[in-house]
Design a binder for this molecule. Structure first.
Ligand SMILES: NC(=O)c1ccc[n+]([C@@H]2O[C@H](COP(=O)([O-])OP(=O)(O)OC[C@H]3O[C@@H](n4cnc5c(N)ncnc54)[C@H](O)[C@@H]3O)[C@@H](O)[C@H]2O)c1
Length: 370
């Protein structure tokens, strides 16, 4: 297959390239702007020497439109990915994630001569659901409103019904749940889904949309403080610095190991889903527990500080309903979090120590919102 991967030199993209090399004789073309935030201290993996690399933003279609005709698959990974950062740098996020996607699709429409044979895969995000679904004390599912700034300032982190009564538990989020993105990043990922759907409706191209939960694993940028809580905790634990838990550490996420994600993407290349599919484990893990696992795995006694820090746009609980995903792959075979974190710590421990930028990122956020 002739495959274009946008953002292919990022965390997920590099794993995907490795997987596609192992599984077939594909011609791989990558468009990546080598965003400094992701690539500042890394040289490109020499293993990428056999791909055709075009260093450009997806929004700069003139740089890559000549490679579009004849593609079998486009895997669209290129995006700016920081939830908190997106709230302070809205025009950058719209330019990369929304305008970039528009330019990619417009260029495909102009240059690809047989769009009905094209499969476009989008790495969307769980973030588009916002808080997802909860269960009321009467046992019925409900989609709550996001927490207000007043609630967050008062330390009322758990989700309540409109009249303030508490909900019993977060439910796993199904693909048909309401979509209510809580940040500019999330809104831009939802916009990408719409852009893809309309492109395919107009052109006859097929598509797959994978709504990824929190992906983690070796290769995740350690020096990008805007995304990837494991990296933030790892850097600080290694330096013996405090690990600050936002919202007292009680928020939960569904952490899915990167190789399970890329195996799912790679298996599906020849069979478009033409609908969104969640990609996660279906198991929520609290951020407090993540911090403890990282600190204990690294060793040392960096203090773990439950704090009342919060960020507008963050959600409280998130985990996937994986029923649809199980029709494509067996999530029972996914790597469990304990094993995955141990692998991650081994990998991260072999990297050059990265300066922690999380305090700077938080200060930037506070300057913007106060
Ligand atoms: N990692 C996660 O937990 C996660 C979760 C949900 C969704 N996703 C989605 O998966 C995709 C890949 O994420 P990742 O974790 O590998 O991120 P990453 O930041 O490691 O990689 C993104 C890559 O895209 C490149 N890039 C950024 N803007 C670009 C642009 N305008 N044009 C071309 N290249 C650009 C960067 O240089 C980088 O190599 C993203 O679309 C992200 O929204 C990731």
């Amino acid at each position: 297959m002739k495959i274009l991967i946008t953002g292919g030199l990022g965390f997920i993209g590099q794993h995907l390239i490795g997987k596609l090399r192992d599984t077939g004789h594909h011609e791989l073309i990558v468009v990546d702007n080598l965003s400094e935030q992701v690539h500042s201290s890394k040289t490109i993996d020499p293993g990428t020497a056999d791909i055709s690399l075009i260093v450009a933003g997806v929004e700069d279609y003139l740089a890559y439109e000549h490679v579009l005709d004849g593609l079998d698959v486009v895997i669209h990974l290129a995006a700016q990915t920081g939830t908190g950062q997106s709230m302070c740098r809205t025009s950058d996020y719209v330019e990369s994630n929304v305008q970039g996607t528009a330019q990619l699709f417009d260029a495909l429409a102009r240059k690809h001569k047989n769009l009905e044979s094209l499969h476009v895969v989008l790495a969307s995000s769980r973030a588009i659901y916002g808080e997802g679904q909860y269960e009321t004390s009467m046992g019925s599912p409900v989609t709550p409103r996001p927490r207000s700034r007043t609630q967050l300032e008062a330390g009322q982190y758990e989700i309540t019904e409109a009249e303030g009564s508490s909900l019993t538990r977060a439910l796993p989020t199904i693909e048909s749940a309401s979509l209510d993105p809580g940040s500019l990043y999330a809104a831009s990922k939802l916009m990408q889904e719409y852009q893809l759907r309309y492109f395919c409706e107009m052109t006859g191209a097929e598509h797959s949309i994978f709504r990824l939960q929190n992906v983690y694993g070796p290769g995740q940028a350690l020096d990008n403080p805007y995304t990837g809580v494991l990296g933030v905790f790892f850097n600080r634990a290694r330096a013996g610095q405090e690990l600050y838990l936002f919202e007292q550490g009680g928020a939960t996420r569904d952490f899915v190991y990167v190789s399970d994600v890329v195996n799912t993407l790679a298996r599906n290349l020849g069979s478009p889903t033409n609908q969104p599919v969640n990609v996660g484990t279906g198991c929520p893990i609290s951020i407090g527990r993540v911090a403890k696992m990282i600190r204990d795995g690294v060793g040392g006694n960096a203090p773990i500080i439950p704090s009342n820090r919060y960020r507008i746009g963050d959600i409280r609980h998130a985990y996937a309903d994986v029923s649809k995903l199980n029709q494509l792959v067996d999530t029972q075979q996914f790597i469990d979090f304990e094993t995955g974190v141990a692998d991650y710590i081994t990998w991260a421990g072999n990297q050059e120590p990265a300066a922690d930028g999380s305090e700077r990122a938080y200060a930037e956020y506070l300057r913007f919102f106060q």
